[in-house]
Write a protein that binds this ligand. Structure first.
Ligand SMILES: [Zn+2]
Ligand SMILES: [Zn+2]
Length: 296
């Protein structure tokens, strides 16, 4: 589920503070960014028409294993993009008046980068980054901060089409992006994958790699840091990809060692927050020789 309320942001930040994995100052900036994204999404809801994003033959596309959205069809007023750009630069304390001017007068079309964002092509950010002297990864994350709320808005337009949709492919059925995280649902332990670009969640095989679709159990493994932790890494020895997983069933029984406190009062999985909370698992997985195959 994507972030829907300010309360979820506050709660997520509090959990991250308690975890002591990050400096307080970086969490202040993170909170501002998450608030911006939520606010931007709410504003855009009234401004943009998402109907052009959807394919006409949805059923047929899905049956053929194709995703149904084409974000490059969205029409977004340049002034809203510029507004988003200024806001993010402000939060991140980046001042780039030359780039801002270039967006304003049309010399740099941030909208064109949208497509590259969708296919995870970070290289294409290099040209404007060299031209305007701004780090390409920063430019990429600014573009993601602006467009992700818009893509989520489009995905919400499916009105729950994928809620219990079982899709045999590892890529997002809405936009085609590889998943960043997974969860085992509390009720019957259904496995759902999460798209980091549009926040769609879909049901996928319990013992199958989302990246290469390998289902040979000899080549699949999982590991976690503590017994009973609700977080684990599912890894594939066929393609060396890995995905972090939240086991909602364990959230209600897990107790912090020493204190015995149950830290997960809220059991809804907000993947944006869980992804940050489990950065340590990315390090462990990568040290074990697995790769982040989700490009976003
Ligand atoms: Zn998606
Ligand atoms: Zn694999």
């Amino acid at each position: 589920m994507s972030i829907k309320t300010l309360g979820q942001i506050k709660k997520g930040i509090e959990e991250l503070k308690r975890q002591e994995q990050f400096e307080d100052s970086s969490l202040v900036d993170l909170e501002k960014l998450l608030r911006f994204e939520l606010d931007f999404k709410r504003k855009m809801k009234k401004k943009i028409d998402i109907s052009s994003v959807f394919a006409k033959n949805i059923k047929e596309k899905l049956e053929n294993g194709e995703h149904i959205a084409d974000f490059s069809n969205i029409k977004i007023d340049k002034k809203w993009i510029l507004d988003g750009f200024r806001n993010i630069c402000n939060i991140r304390r980046l001042c780039d008046s030359e780039l801002e001017k270039a967006i304003e007068n049309g010399d740099f079309d941030l909208l064109r980068l949208q497509k590259n964002l969708i296919i995870g092509d970070t290289f294409s950010f290099k040209i404007p980054s060299d031209k305007f002297g701004i780090d390409s990864e920063i430019l990429y994350s600014i573009a993601l901060g602006i467009f992700k709320p818009i893509f989520e808005l489009c995905a919400e337009g499916t009105k729950g089409l994928f809620n219990d949709y079982k899709w045999k492919y590892g890529r997002c059925p809405f936009c085609g992006t590889y998943p960043r995280m997974a969860k085992f649902e509390k009720e019957v332990g259904k496995r759902k994958l999460w798209c980091p670009l549009c926040s769609t969640e879909w049901v996928y095989g319990r013992a199958k790699c989302p990246f290469c679709e390998n289902d040979n159990q000899q080549l699949l493994r999982f590991f976690s840091v503590e017994d009973n932790s609700p977080y684990r890494v599912d890894a594939c020895d066929e393609c060396k990809g890995y995905i972090k997983t939240v086991d909602e069933r364990k959230k209600s029984i897990y107790c912090t060692p020493k204190t015995g406190i149950k830290p997960y009062v809220e059991e809804i999985t907000i993947f944006e927050i869980e992804d940050i909370k489990t950065f340590y698992l990315d390090n462990i997985a990568q040290n074990e020789g697995y790769k982040k195959l989700a490009k976003i």
